[in-house]
Structure formats: structure tokens, C-alpha cells
Design a protein around this ligand. Structure first.
Ligand code: APR
Ligand code: PHB
Length: 388
């Protein structure tokens, strides 16, 4: 085995691993990123697209916000649609100064890969069989090589190897699975609404989002075992129309569908997020259902905290912030868990209990009527301020 050495070995080149690499290298800390998939694969994975105010600010401060500023759309509200009416949640009134930026996660990934490569960061794609050799005296093995590290950052998503390397007895796992999935499409058609529309229709939930003035993104609540090719494109449009054309005068424009995917709806948290010299960040440690648009934003929040803590360690030798990492992240993680569950429960069609259905209707009406409820939604959706 060919041994080599780095300060922080990062597993995974998703938003968490790439932003961590960028933030650490900017502080002069040596990193190596090991990614299983190809660069093209990482850059073409279509995922969420809503950046909280703090996420957009973090990317801009880190010097990777130029294209986001030019091509992303800043939105100052979203619409909740139910009972034959649309209700705007007006961020500018409820949480002045806070907005969201609609910009695809895959674009964030492209920007971060480009920035890391331009800065000479050691990003390795298509690396096979990455394994954590030891947690106490950390090293990574992959493709016949050994990489000694001061620290390992597990940024390898929900199905990665990092979390699996922790003894089960040291890990508390909390999870919840919802009885439905989201069928997502990308379509070459101009958005039919200026802002995102979360539609709680009698036929099930549907979301109208967008990527640009000519590309729209939609989601349909579907049964959990749905496969992308279960639905014809005609059937997708018919269902999207049925779930969105529920208010007077609204017509959904259709166009060629360029991609179809299905995402599970699940909540998951593994605690703590640190085991000796291994730090978990992003989806490796926690998953939220996409209704609150929090997944990418939590990943960014985690690595902000981790980059600061590692920066402090290499500058002063103090481990105080590293020791505080897990608790600091989990505070935000659980807030996002609650908000994502709240949005999911508020907006989806659940089969069964008529009592729960009446509660849901009352809750929807209350959110639409009450400034306090709408403010709580707006505050969580645009993202609570960082602790630091
Ligand atoms: N070895 C190397 N790389 C791995 C391994 C492995 N064994 N397992 C997974 N990976 C890579 C994946 O290929 C992926 O590129 O780790 C990366 C993890 O990236 P993400 O899944 O995007 O996770 P994260 O960076 O935490 O970003 C969270 O992504 O899934 C969305 O909704 C989620 O928006 C959230 C964001
Ligand atoms: C998206 O644009 O992909 C998107 C937007 C809002 C969500 C989830 C996904 O809640």
C-alpha cells in the first residue's frame, strides 16, 4: 500500500464535502476529497433547489456565489394553495430582510467543484472501496492506497460508509418513514407562477418549483413504491394540472419533460455527529423529507460549524469547538426535523383517520389566517440565523 498523508480526509463530493474542502483549503488546511462517482455524475444529479438566506450568504462569503447571484432567483414569498384559494406567505413582511434563492443544488455542486479545482484542492473522483481504517488513529483506505489523516469528515450521504463505521452501540438513531414518495420532474417550460406553489389538493400534494425562466421543476405525492417509469408524461401533466388548477384563473403550462425521479420521504437523525476523530456532516448524519427544503441547507450549516472548529484547532490547538460540534449542529438539525415534519404533515394527503384530516384542515386554515403561524413558517423556511 502506498501511504500518504493529509490533515482532513473528506469522504464524498456532495455539497457538504465540497464546501468543507473549499472552506478548509481557504484557511490553508490540507484536505483530500474521495468521491465514489464521476465528476459528471456529481454535476448532473438533479436535486433540491432552495437556498436559505444564510446558505446563499455563506456561499457568497466563501467566494462561490458569483453564478448563483447572476442566475439564481431571489424570492420573497411562497404560495400555499388549498381549499380553492392561494395564500401567500410574504417573507418581506413577516421576516424582513430574509429571502430564499432558487438555484439548483447541482449548480452549487458545479460551482464548488470548479472553485476547488481552481484552488488546487486534491479532489479525486471514481475512487473505489473507500473505507475508514481506524477511528482512533485515523486513516482511510481506497483502491490499494492508504491515506493517514488528523481527522476524517464523513460527507458521504445517507448511503455512505462513514456512519456504518461507527459501532452501533455508540449511535442513537431516530427515524420516521412517510407513507408516500415524491415523483419529481424537470421540464422545459416557463414557470406558471412567479413563486413556489405548495398545493395541498384533495388528490394529494403537489409542488410547483422552478430552475430558470425556461425550466420548471414539479413534484407529485405518489405511493411509496412508485418507479419513475410507472407514469407516462401525459399522466404526469394531467395530475399536475388537476392538483394545481384549483384556484380561479390559474392554468399550468406544459412542455417536454427532460427528467423523472422518485424520492423517498423519510426523516432520520444519527447522534452524536462526532466519534473521536470522525465528524459526520450533511445527509450522512441526517435526512429530512423535502417539503421544508432543508436538506442542502443543513449540510451547509454543518460544514460551516466544522470548518470553523477545525480552523480554530489548527490555529490555536484548542479542541473546544470540535468538542462542541455535534451539539451545535444537532440543535439546528432538530429544528429542521420538526419544521420538515410540520410542513409534510400540513400539506400531504394521508389516508385513513378522518379526525387527523379535520385537524389538518384546521391547521391549514390557521396558517393562512394567523400572522404568528405564517411568521413561524417564514422564519423556518428562510432559515433561522446561525448561532455564530
Ligand atoms: N465513498 C466515496 N464517496 C461516497 C461513498 C463512498 N463509500 N458513498 C457516498 N459517496 C458520495 C456520493 O456519491 C455523493 O457524491 O458522497 C456524496 C454525498 O453527497 P450527498 O448525498 O449530496 O450528501 P451531502 O453532501 O450531505 O448533501 C446533502 O444532498 O441528498 C441531498 O437532500 C440532500 O440536499 C441534501 C444534500
Ligand atoms: C426544488 O425546487 O427542487 C424544491 C423546492 C422546494 C422544496 C423541495 C424541492 O420544498
Amino acid at each position: 500500500m502506498r501511504p500518504s498523508k493529509t490533515s482532513v480526509g473528506i469522504i464524498g463530493a456532495g455539497p457538504a464535502g465540497l464546501l468543507l474542502a473549499h472552506l478548509l483549503s481557504a484557511k490553508g488546511i490540507d484536505v483530500v476529497v474521495l468521491e465514489r462517482r464521476s465528476r459528471a455524475h456529481c454535476e448532473s444529479r438533479v436535486r433540491a433547489g432552495v437556498l436559505e438566506q444564510g446558505t446563499a450568504d455563506t456561499l457568497a462569503e466563501a467566494g462561490v456565489g458569483e453564478r448563483m447571484r447572476a442566475e439564481g432567483q431571489v424570492h420573497h414569498g411562497i404560495e400555499l394553495r388549498f381549499g380553492g384559494e392561494g395564500h401567500r406567505i410574504a417573507f418581506e413582511e413577516l421576516v424582513p430582510g430574509r429571502a430564499i434563492t432558487v438555484y439548483g443544488q447541482q449548480e452549487v455542486v458545479k460551482d464548488l467543484i470548479a472553485a476547488n479545482l481552481a484552488n488546487g484542492v486534491d479532489l479525486r473522483f471514481e475512487v473505489e472501496d473507500v473505507a475508514i481504517g481506524s477511528l482512533a488513529d485515523p486513516y482511510l483506505t481506497f483502491g490499494g492506497e492508504r491515506l493517514d489523516c488528523d481527522f476524517i469528515a464523513g460527507c458521504d450521504g445517507f448511503h455512505g460508509v462513514s456512519r456504518e463505521s461507527v459501532p452501533a452501540a455508540d449511535l442513537a438513531v431516530y427515524e420516521k418513514t412517510y407513507p408516500f414518495a415524491w415523483l419529481g420532474i424537470l421540464a422545459d417550460v416557463a414557470p406558471s407562477a412567479p413563486e413556489l406553489v405548495y398545493s395541498a389538493s384533495e388528490r394529494g400534494f403537489s409542488l410547483h418549483s422552478m430552475r430558470s425562466d425556461s425550466v420548471s421543476r414539479f413534484y407529485l405525492q405518489v405511493p411509496p413504491d412508485t418507479r419513475p417509469d410507472d407514469w407516462t408524461h401525459e399522466a404526469i401533466w394531467a395530475e399536475l394540472k388537476a392538483r394545481h388548477e384549483t384556484v380561479p384563473g390559474f392554468t399550468l403550462a406544459t412542455g417536454p419533460i427532460t427528467q423523472v425521479d422518485v424520492a423517498a420521504m423519510r426523516s432520520f437523525v444519527a447522534e452524536p455527529m462526532r466519534f473521536g476523530r470522525l465528524f459526520l456532516a450533511g445527509d450522512a448524519a441526517h435526512i429530512v423529507p423535502p417539503t421544508g427544503a432543508k436538506g442542502l441547507n443543513l449540510a451547509v450549516a454543518d460544514v460551516r460549524v466544522l470548518a470553523r472548529a477545525l480552523g480554530e484547532y489548527y490555529r490555536t490547538g484548542s479542541e473546544a469547538l470540535l468538542d462542541a460540534y455535534s451539539a451545535a449542529c444537532l440543535d439546528r438539525v432538530w429544528r429542521a426535523q420538526h419544521f420538515s415534519w410540520w410542513m409534510t404533515t400540513l400539506l400531504h394527503r394521508f389516508e385513513g383517520d378522518p379526525y387527523d384530516r379535520r385537524l389538518q384542515q384546521s391547521h391549514l386554515a390557521y396558517v393562512a389566517r394567523s400572522r404568528a403561524q405564517a411568521t413561524a413558517l417564514a422564519e423556518n423556511y428562510t432559515g433561522l440565523p446561525y448561532a455564530d
